[in-house]
Design a protein around this ligand. Sequence first.
Ligand code: FMN
Length: 362
Amino acid sequence: MVSLAVEICGLKLRNPIMPAAGPTVRDGDALVAAAKGGAGALVAKTVSISPAEVPRPCMAKVKDSLLSAELWSDLPLERWLKSEYAKAKKTGLPLIASIGYKPEEIRELAPKVVKAGVDALELSIQYLGPDPTQMVEATKAAKETASVPVFVKLGPNVLNISDSAKAAEGAGADGIVAINALGACLSIDIENTLPMLGSASGYGWLSGPAIKPLALRCVADICRAVKIPVIGVGGITDGRDAIEFIMAGASAVQVCTAAITRGPKVYGLIADEMTRFMRVKNYNSIEDFRGVALRHLPEQPLRTRAKPPEVLISKCTGCGLCEKYCVYGAARMIAKKARIDPSKCYGCGLCVSVCPARALRF
Ligand SMILES: Cc1cc2nc3c(=O)[nH]c(=O)nc-3n(C[C@H](O)[C@H](O)[C@H](O)COP(=O)(O)O)c2cc1C
């Protein structure tokens, strides 16, 4: 019997998929929609002492990813404390409040938000700069004033993400969330020469599939550096992505951009895809495969000699993608089946990664 249920810092989740702070969790109604869409826990939009003055336009699609300049919640804190968290709590799911930014702001916000009934805090440190000193102070402030688990959300722009995670753990953090969006980035509308976003600089933060490999590397690094649970976020769009993060050591995942582009049903779809994968692989629980890929990372021997991939002929559908992608002219379709010429193969691995039928393997 496959179960997706996980327990993180005492929070019981029906599945390990939750929204990440962003526009899809901008108020209580949006959080209720995320719960109905199948999320295992809820994370609310970051709140700070004063509402944000969000520049417009604040979102632009860049290929299959997103550039944004949305900042934190533009709703007054009082409204969150009075009604929005309460609406989300009625779903019965664990509710994590995201709060930002400076240590003195966290000290003021944490007890108020906890009093409003949230089950855990997530600290956003996105605007504190690459040095971990302020993040450590913010974490201590939250731990001193709040009685619930405290997660620290790290961005990829810190000096060294493992060191930052260790510093957060040392300051008392109960878990790490990684990563926030990557920036600053720029996109230009070539029809009118203007930046796509209306922020003061025209710059924004990149999220979605483009940052997934970066997020996965950060999660793997953090999981090897700390003992506290890690929640992975960055470019997750389907069940296979979520499983990759769990295999890299994450205890759960968050989704923002895919929920913007596909709607709140995406959480349930990801959960269903994970269940199907787990059935095929005979995994009964998330713990059965959490972190299984980590052991290969430090031990992977460096290989500079080309080793051609093996073709599983019965699986090959003859689609020809391997031939199309092979820059070395080694992959060829013969009688509608892939063949690799070992004398030409560079062993680059691109064909293995593009084969939709998984008919190529090392
Ligand atoms: C429009 C938008 C608004 C966001 N707002 C917040 C926020 O308020 N607080 C925060 O910590 N992260 C915020 N993020 C970052 C996301 O929570 C997430 O860490 C990042 O987008 C990577 O995940 P994804 O690739 O699934 O989007 C925002 C991202 C986007 C795209």
